[in-house]
Ligand binder design. Structure first.
Ligand code: ADP
Length: 571
């Protein structure tokens, strides 16, 4: 029997376990992990491994996952070893300025959503609203109207797919329709299957600082079509984000500055939750190490030996996924195999901090974050170089930054911090690098009963330090937070600080700490209390820019009901 929580079993049963045509479940949880481990390990045969080596690897992959030390992204768990076989969470599709091209992208989006993947698009190439359409003499309806088509298609696929589709829509800040884009979620019923981000340029940021205007450019030919007051546009973005959490921002020039594959063209978009910048038609598969399981047994410090072993095995796993994958389109297969990007990240970071006795909103937490991610990033690179010795570098290595730095890598990128919305629930840990959401959480049982569980480390500390009482535990369950409860020592309260009690400043600091040692980007929500001022959101945006983040997503308590979820929706 595997050591999975009831929550995890319920999620696996509802969405992940294989079913026959009648919808009956036809595999156990053990069989699910075995199916995934086997099909991913068998890829080694292609690279000349012997049968017995593959059997040993199969075993190691099985334990890597069933120990909950590491889990791959949802599509890999759902589809590996099955006929559909689509294993990636992240795609970016090109949206060219032609009717054929736009509707081709809509079709491809539907195919990807059906298989559990998420899609990101830049709509910046589309001619602005009101421009002339040569063939008909009519006027173009502009990027936002086409986004609505993508949104409706996503809605329709929802009924047939394994999970609700998710999209990212990006428009460059210098696109002539940018004001309409920034305001387009004023109506909360619009574009509900999209996360929106404004593509911020260095030119724009400089103009904001100097309180100057900046040019709007025709996407075709780049002719200047007008100017806007940069500070006012920035203010509008901030106001709208305060109202609804959207749009977010992505620093496009920074993403391209850090892009190791500049010889392949420009990155225009990320995947839906923002953590994976990709070239048009590129895909990426993700996986996350559960840091809650990387503490030393005595609770003092991090078990770096164990972490190293898991990172090497996980990189091997993710590189194999690229070959085991069945791609939705030939052009996506070609692109993805040229760059062989993988995204290894972490989950359970907040749980690890409780084990170490460190408060999330502290310099110590920033230090731990940097140390861990630096280690993971460097070991992931070593693992990728080891693979390259046997399997060769990724085909686009020549001309890449890695070649200039003399780092023969198998994968153009190795690290990404994913939201881990569903896989963290399967692993029973805190999601991604987010703080604890609460000190007690809901358990969904098979029969839909809801039970409350108190965080196990809190319970243990309460017993050890002698302040455990059943009444106190009931209070924690009721409030979810310990900050207002009497009878809990202050140092314990500090360790169990929850999202709502953490200032945006620390949220951004932690995002930046992880970004420093991550090839791709970091998924993080910067939470604000309901009564936050617009100015505070502006400050968070500037701080993120100054600290080297690749983008920012904010959320003010109560400002949005249903959001395009990174969390796994149990349907
Ligand atoms: P998981 O925990 O299910 O593996 P994450 O929450 O870490 O997934 O999200 C990783 C990426 O997976 C997202 O950025 C997005 O690209 C994709 N994704 C997440 N949720 C969905 C969804 N409901 N539909 C389609 N793609 C999704």
């Amino acid at each position: 029997m595997l050591d999975l929580t009831e929550n995890a079993l319920a999620i696996l049963e509802r969405r992940y376990l294989n079913r026959d045509e009648k919808g009956e479940i036809i595999e156990s949880t053990e069989e699910l992990f075995d199916r995934v481990a086997k099909s991913i390990a068998e890829i080694d045969l292609v690279y000349g491994a012997k049968e017995e080596e593959v059997a040993a690897l199969h075993d190691r992959f099985y334990h890597l996952m069933t120990s909950l030390d590491f889990l791959p992204n949802s599509p890999t768990l759902m589809n590996a070893g099955l006929p559909l076989g689509q294993l990636s969470a992240c795609f970016v599709l090109p949206v060219p300025d032609t009717m054929e091209g736009i509707f081709e992208a809509v079709k491809n989006t539907a195919l990807i959503h059906k298989s559990g993947g998420g899609t990101g698009f830049s709509f910046s190439r589309l001619r602005p609203k009101g421009s002339v359409v040569r063939s008909t003499g009519g006027v173009a309806s502009g990027p936002i109207s086409f986004m609505k088509v993508f949104n409706t298609a996503t809605e329709a696929v929802k009924q047939g797919g394994k999970r609700r589709g998710a999209n990212m829509g990006i428009l460059r800040v210098d696109h002539p329709d940018i004001l309409e884009f920034i305001k387009c979620k004023e109506d909360k019923s619009e574009l509900t299957n999209f996360n929106l981000s404004v593509g911020i340029t260095e030119e724009f940021m400089a103009a904001v600082r100097k309180k100057e205007t900046y040019p709007l450019r025709d996407p075709i030919g780049k002719k200047v079509m007008g100017v806007l007051d940069a500070a006012q546009v920035f203010k509008l973005i901030v106001e709208k984000a305060w109202e609804s959490g959207e749009p977010g921002i992505v620093f496009l020039d920074r993403i391209n500055g850090d892009n190791p594959l500049q010889h392949m063209g420009e990155i225009e978009s990320t995947n839906p939750c923002g953590e994976q910048p990709l070239l048009p038609n590129e895909s990426c598969n993700l996986g996350s190490i559960n840091l809650a399981r990387m503490g030393k047994d005595d609770g003092r410090g991090i078990d770096y030996e164990k972490l190293k072993e898991k990172v090497h095995l996980a990189v091997h796993f993710l590189d194999n996924v690229i070959d085991a994958n069945t791609y939705p389109l030939p052009e996506i297969e070609a692109r993805s195999k040229e760059t062989r990007k993988i995204g290894l990240g972490v989950m359970g970071f907040a749980d690890l901090l409780t084990l170490l006795g460190i408060s999330y909103d502290s310099e110590e937490a920033v230090t731990v974050a940097e140390q861990i991610m630096k280690f993971i990033n460097s070991e992931a690179k070593k693992a990728s170089m080891n693979l390259a010795q046997d399997r060769g570098t990724f085909p686009q290595y020549h001309g890449s930054r890695w070649e200039k730095e003399n780092m023969p890598l198998r994968n153009a990128t190795t690290t990404t911090i994913a939201p881990t919305g569903t896989i963290s629930m399967i692993a029973g840990c805190s999601s991604g690098i987010e703080p604890l959401f609460a000190v007690a959480y809901t358990k969904v049982c098979m029969d839909e009963d809801k039970l409350m569980e108190v965080h196990p480390v809190f319970k243990r500390l309460a017993l050890e330090k002698g302040f455990y009482t059943p009444e106190l535990m009931e209070k924690v369950k009721k409030l979810g937070s310990v900050s207002m409860i009497k009878g809990i020592p202050d140092e314990v309260k500090r360790i169990f600080v929850t999202t709502q009690d953490i200032s945006p400043y620390w949220h951004v600091r932690l995002q930046a700490a992880f970004q420093k040692y991550t090839d791709n980007a970091v998924s993080k929500t910067i939470n604000f209390p309901r009564n936050a001022h617009v100015k505070e959101i502006e400050e968070a945006y500037f701080l993120a820019y100054e600290l080297g983040c690749k983008g920012l997503t904010v959320y003010r308590d109560g400002s949005r009901e249903g959001q395009v979820l990174n969390v796994g929706e149990v349907t």
